[in-house]
Design a protein around this ligand. Structure first.
Ligand SMILES: [Zn+2]
Ligand SMILES: [Zn+2]
Length: 343
């Protein structure tokens, strides 16, 4: 079987590797769809991000779906042929964080396609994948592409839970990439009444409009547009910061209400923040990292028709064209979510 392996920056190869057999409690999956994520792009473009560097070849990918082809001993919840979304989250289940239900903070996490630990955790962009039964969620009624969106949607659902109650709230989202755009859907599903999205790219903002953001603002060409939201000590109850860019966060502070909540999702390295203004407004700054139990919720919300991710899948390309797909995924003037078709 073939897999997509990153060796170093700009050195992405399609390689043959051995298919595994499912052990007890495991299933074999013929991959159908794999979404290219920002972290995959960091490995492709820069060989890593921050202090995380590739030290050995690694199979990329963690946003995947496919069809069950074989069942290991004891597997009872799936049948051959089932379409499943596969969660890349594999916590150990026995460390102190797992015991507290904070699985995303597992001390022994084996998240697909991550060079954080060494040896690296191999990813899921491979024609055949063996996964634990517990990682899989039946995705009947969805397309393979929609099922593969469960992972980034889970990131946004986790962020939404970190934000607290959103019913009737006004929300600002900075950064209209796949995560920012999916946060529009997540915030709406959670009851937000007004959602404003900012970015520097009109092409990216067009996707926020497609998923029914109430207003989009290009803060590059219209730098004063947020001023109108700063009157009366601010307008927004929640900020999802999805750009990782310090000017986006600092520029949003005047528009935030006292005791509002900022959820930091973007990973852009260190930032200098207006702590004085944030303190005077009693703003809560909260990180959000990955997800765990939200994965199954993502699939259910899509199946129930409460969240429609379809407008955000901008391109579907064949496995053979993986390099071109990675180039396209990095081009914000064209692409939102680029998915690879393995079937
Ligand atoms: Zn991802
Ligand atoms: Zn653990």
């Amino acid at each position: 079987m073939r897999a997509i392996v990153i060796h170093q920056a700009k050195d992405l190869r399609i390689e043959d590797c051995l298919a595994e057999q499912p052990g007890p409690g495991e299933v074999a999956i013929k991959l159908a769809s794999g979404g290219i994520c920002g972290s995959d792009l960091h490995y492709y473009n820069h060989g890593g991000f921050g202090a995380v560097r590739l030290k050995q070849p690694m199979i990329l990918g963690h946003e995947v779906s496919g069809h069950i082809t074989a069942l290991g001993d004891g597997v009872s919840s799936f049948a051959i042929g089932d379409l499943v979304a596969v969660s890349p989250s594999r916590p150990c289940g026995h460390c102190s964080y797992c015991a507290q239900g904070q699985h995303n903070h597992c001390e022994n996490m084996r998240f697909y396609g991550s060079a954080m630990p060494f040896p690296h955790i191999q990813g899921a962009f491979r024609e055949q994948l063996v996964a634990m039964e517990s990682q899989c969620v039946k995705a009947d009624g969805l397309t393979a592409g929609q099922a593969a969106m469960a992972e980034p949607l889970s990131v946004c659902l986790h962020a939404t839970r970190r934000a607290g109650e959103l019913l009737g709230k006004r929300v600002l989202i900075t950064g209209s990439g796949p995560i920012g755009s999916l946060c529009v859907l997540a915030a709406r599903a959670a009851g937000a009444v007004e959602i404003v999205v900012t970015d520097l790219s009109d092409a990216a903002l067009a996707y926020a409009t497609k998923v029914d953001a109430d207003r989009v603002i290009n803060t590059g060409t219209d730098p004063d547009a947020l001023n109108a939201y700063a009157t009366g000590k601010g307008s927004f109850d929640v900020l999802y910061e999805c750009s990782g860019a310090a000017p986006a966060l600092t520029g949003a502070i005047p528009a935030m209400r006292p005791r509002s909540v900022i959820i930091q999702l973007g990973l852009g390295g260190d930032m200098t923040l207006p702590v004085q203004a944030m303190t005077a407004k009693e703003i809560d700054l909260r990180g959000s990292f990955r997800f765990h139990e939200e994965f199954a919720t993502s699939v259910r919300l899509m199946q129930a028709g409460q969240i429609n991710v379809e407008p955000l899948i901008s391109h579907t390309m064949q496995l053979d064209d993986a390099v071109a797909a990675f180039e396209l995924a990095g081009d914000r003037s064209q692409a939102m979510k680029v998915q690879l078709s393995f079937g």
